[in-house]
Write a protein that binds this ligand. Structure first.
Ligand code: 4NP
Length: 169
């Protein structure tokens, strides 16, 4: 059997957007019978929330959609580029910072915008940070994340979930 494709979703705090993306992707993969094909984690660029569970609003909104969130916040480290095949940025600030953390071209090729896989994203690449917003902002973020995760899963399934970065659409 092929080695699982290793994915890491990355936002700023690892308590709102990237834990939702991790939970949604795992849920969709399991639903498609593909749980064993992926190893899925999330991380944040900041250290502020390390060790904390996901934000209660993220957990609440995900639960409304039948998705449970797990894990504790941790900080993304440059050596994580070796541990993952794809590193998915939740917004452009994160994308740019990941690029500056990447030690080499091989690592940079692993970085993609999650919303590159959202068929409704248009030119937008950001899942706006809902941390200082309200539940509606979390719902909006969740909807973008769900569409993008569906698109990503479709793309990776079409590729046979082979390691290696798919080209951005
Ligand atoms: P996240 O949201 O990046 O989606 O987890 C944030 C959480 C906390 C902070 C920023 C964004 N913060 O500045 O503490």
């Amino acid at each position: 059997m092929m080695a699982p494709t290793r994915l890491c979703f990355v936002c700023l705090g690892n308590i709102c957007r990237s834990p939702m993306a991790e939970g949604v992707f795992k849920h969709l993969a399991a639903e498609a019978g593909l749980a064993a094909a992926f190893q899925v984690e999330s991380a944040g660029l900041g250290h502020w929330h390390v060790g904390q569970p996901p934000d209660g609003r993220a957990t609440h909104v995900a639960a409304l959609h039948g998705v449970s969130l797990a894990g504790r916040a941790r900080q993304f480290r440059p050596r994580d580029f070796d541990r993952f095949d794809l590193v998915l940025a939740l917004d452009s600030e994160v994308h740019d910072e990941l690029h500056s953390l990447a030690p080499a071209a091989e690592a940079r090729r692993k970085i993609h915008y999650l919303r590159a896989f959202d068929p409704q994203a248009g030119r937008s690449r950001d899942v706006p940070d809902p941390y200082y917003g309200d539940l509606d902002d979390f719902e909006r973020a969740y909807a973008m994340i769900e569409r993008a995760c569906r698109g990503l899963l479709e793309r990776l399934s079409a590729d046979g979930a082979a390691p290696g970065a798919p080209a951005d659409p």
